[in-house]
Design a binder for this molecule. Structure first.
Ligand code: BG6
Length: 479
């Protein structure tokens, strides 16, 4: 037995974004309207509005985002300067199939991603691609009712097959559905809407509808994994979950059992993706609640044959929960039973900062599945100020990332977790998913763009840019 002292050679350092949060060009190159294109801007405490199509009188931040669509060469050069080994983004489904139900793909959209991937590969940066990151065609929502409709499985599989075939020799790392478990919180319209085009609170039986959607996505994911392995056996196709570990408020047995049950709301997703079947706890829950989830006879086999190769995860925060919390669900982040954890601080957006929770998450997931993990999101959303000399001293971001990387290294070197890489979220400033703001910044690269739409879109290196450059160059030794 050897114990590792350092991160492995070939560790995938990089950064992450999603197409709709950076690209802009929402109506260029034959692109169709996506669900992100009909989301208005919001703010902390001000919900984004889901409009019925693009309407006058609303501002839609994703329409322009940070104009990566036309500036990607400049941005990729900056990623290369930082030493990125990989770059995670998504393919906008609406660039390839503008409405989602066409038979022939849009060549201009395919060409855009060919050009982007070529640009990355020129610098030896591996593309890491999410197939569905909150941006399905709006037409599939309007005409079919989103993922509640089984036909959407076929449309998604067709889209995935087209892009996996096209980029078979350019893209090795894939993920199916970004933060698929967000919609488990079906009480929040934005989460269900972005994951599946369904606002669950509009449904007669919201929770059952959510499980039906999930079944369709699990089957679609499994089909895509099988397909990708046939297209190129070297492809690594992962699932992607939002990992928010829950801590019991106290050692009271009821708090501990409360956490055990609440964690199933996360593990359901990794259990089905990684093991290929529904665990007993969920079958019992459906039976208890009288839920009838429509499945085809072949689905059981599809799930078993389409287990994901690795778990991609986002990690931003942990949550403490209490079995008998007063006003449960409102205190911190909306999770049932959430109570503020006095041992950790929170960001300006109320996200609790807990680096140890990252190690805890990695160890827990690895011990549960013994499969590779990939941290595909982690980061600190904050307001950055530009100094009179143009400098942006984001020491708070450096401190956040430093502390998380330290815990990540412990997970690998001490706990023995098999970790593929680390891609901090929003490596270049982009539009926030939950609020639609520009001012909630995560990047190493600053983009001159403000919430009111003003700004030149010029790029600038923050202090964290050179810090991260040295982290990558030393393979995580110089923090
Ligand atoms: C994850 C998403 O939820 O967190 C990203 O996968 C998102 O799309 C990120 O941007 C950070 O959230 P926010 O709301 O701060 O942008």
């Amino acid at each position: 037995m050897t114990s590792k002292q350092q991160l492995p050679e070939g560790f995938l350092w990089g950064g992450a974004v999603a197409a709709h949060q950076v690209e802009g060009g929402w109506d260029q190159g034959g692109k169709g309207v996506s669900i992100a294109d009909v989301l208005s801007g919001g703010a902390h405490g001000v919900d984004r509005v889901i409009t019925d199509g693009v309407q006058a009188g609303y501002s839609y931040p994703n329409h322009q985002a940070v104009d990566f669509y036309s500036r990607y060469k400049e941005d990729v050069a900056l990623f290369a300067e930082m030493g990125f080994k990989c770059f995670r983004t998504s393919i906008a489904w609406t660039r390839i199939f503008p409405n989602g139900d066409e038979h022939e793909p849009n060549e201009a959209g395919l060409q855009f991603y060919d050009d982007l991937f070529d640009e990355l590969l020129k610098y030896n940066i591996e593309p890491v691609i999410t197939l569905s990151h909150f941006e399905m065609p709006n037409h599939l929502v309007k005409a079919y009712g989103g993922w509640l409709n089984r036909n959407v499985v076929d449309f998604f599989v067709r889209f995935s097959e087209v892009v996996m075939e096209r980029y078979r020799n350019k893209v090795k790392y894939w993920m199916t559905f970004n933060e698929i478990n967000n919609q488990r919180n079906w009480q929040y319209p934005l989460f269900g809407y972005c994951c599946s085009g369904v606002v669950f609170t509009d449904q007669d039986n919201p929770e059952q509808a959510m499980f039906q959607v999930l079944h369709h996505q699990f089957v679609a994911s499994a089909q895509v994994v099988r397909l990708g392995h046939n297209i190129n056996p070297a492809m690594q196709i992962g699932c992607m979950i939002a990992m928010v570990p829950l801590y019991p408020w106290s050692c009271h047995p009821e708090d501990v059992m409360f956490v055990q049950e609440a964690m199933r709301e996360r593990f359901l997703f990794s259990d089905v993706h990684m093991r290929g079947y529904y665990p007993a706890y969920i079958l019992n829950e459906w039976a208890r609640k009288g839920y009838d989830i429509a499945m085809l006879p072949e689905d059981t086999r599809t799930l078993r044959e389409g287990c994901a190769d690795y778990i991609g995860l986002s990690y931003y925060m942990s949550n403490a929960v209490q079995a008998h919390a007063q006003g449960s669900g409102s205190a911190v982040s909306g999770f049932a039973g959430s109570v503020p954890n006095p041992h950790v601080k929170a960001s300006d957006w109320g996200w609790q900062i807990d680096p140890v929770g990252l190690r805890y998450s990695l160890a827990t997931l690895y011990e549960r599945y013994q499969k590779p993990l990939f941290i595909v999101e982690n980061g600190f959303g904050a307001i950055d100020n530009v100094g009179a000399d143009g400098s942006i001293n984001d020491d708070y971001r450096i401190a956040y990332l430093q502390a998380h990387i330290e815990q990540m290294k412990l997970a690998v070197c001490y706990d023995g977790v098999e970790l593929m890489g680390y891609t901090p979220w929003g490596c270049i400033d982009c539009v926030s998913f939950t609020t639609g703001q520009y001012s909630k910044r995560y990047g190493f690269i600053y983009v001159d763009k403000n919430d009111d739409g003003s700004g030149t879109l010029n790029r600038a290196r923050k202090k964290s840019f050179t810090w991260y450059q040295q982290v990558i160059a030393s393979n995580g030794e110089k923090l």
